[in-house]
Design a binder for this molecule. Structure first.
Ligand code: ZN
Length: 208
């Protein structure tokens, strides 16, 4: 598989970009890899990059977007932060990726058993981590079930994963409400903004 070029990027649509990612994750789950020579791709991309997707995911060592979607060099912009939430710098990166560099989709990829989300569920406080946890806590408060306080912590994995999903939904809302550029591109059909969840137990990605 060759690295994407100006020509292949030009024929890419938002729908096709999502299909490419779904197919890549199917290969990953089947332990298959597209035949690509990464060193050759270094050479292919030395004069420019034409990636088709922008993926915001967690720093979790098990959730590398390139690996779980079986992508090579020059294929995706990968934004990573613990808890895959939105801030101004990340929005700026996404605006660059879509408006200036031409990617056709933004995927916010949460994952099961997320440590950052667990920290938010437990309202953990520690150094600079406190500020990060604060940005995930709105998702904790937005999940209404279960009501019993003793069930609303990281020991309850079902609750943790429900908060992860809500956290992705809030990130999608924040992209649309805080970036006029990206909202406008989505409304014109130039990009799609979608959420997805990676299951750390089987390698599958479920798109919402
Ligand atoms: Zn995580």
């Amino acid at each position: 598989m060759k690295a994407h070029t100006k020509e292949t990027q030009a024929t890419m649509t938002p729908e096709k970009a999502i299909t490419f990612l779904k197919e890549g994750n199917e290969r990953f789950q089947a332990n298959l890899k597209a035949n690509r020579n990464l060193l050759e791709q270094v050479n292919d991309t030395k004069d420019g990059q034409f990636p088709f997707a922008t993926i915001l995911s967690c720093i979790d060592s098990r959730v590398s977007a390139e690996l779980v979607f079986d992508q090579g060099l020059g294929d995706i912009f990968s934004v990573r932060i613990a808890g895959n939430f939105i801030n101004q710098d990340i929005l700026g990166s996404m605006e660059f990726a879509c408006k200036l560099a031409g990617t056709k989709t933004i995927v916010v990829l949460g994952h099961t058993s997320c440590g950052a989300v667990k920290g938010a569920c437990d309202h953990a406080r520690m150094g600079n981590l406190t500020a990060l946890i604060n940005k995930i806590e709105p998702a904790v408060f937005a999940v209404k079930e279960p009501k019993e306080e003793e069930m609303r912590n990281s020991k309850n994995l079902e609750f943790v994963d429900a908060v992860s999903k809500k956290n992705v939904e809030l990130a999608l809302e924040n992209i649309r409400s805080q970036s006029v550029i990206l909202k406008d591109m989505e409304e014109k059909g130039e990009i799609k903004i979608v959420g997805a969840m990676y299951d750390i137990s089987d390698g599958s990605v479920t798109f919402y």
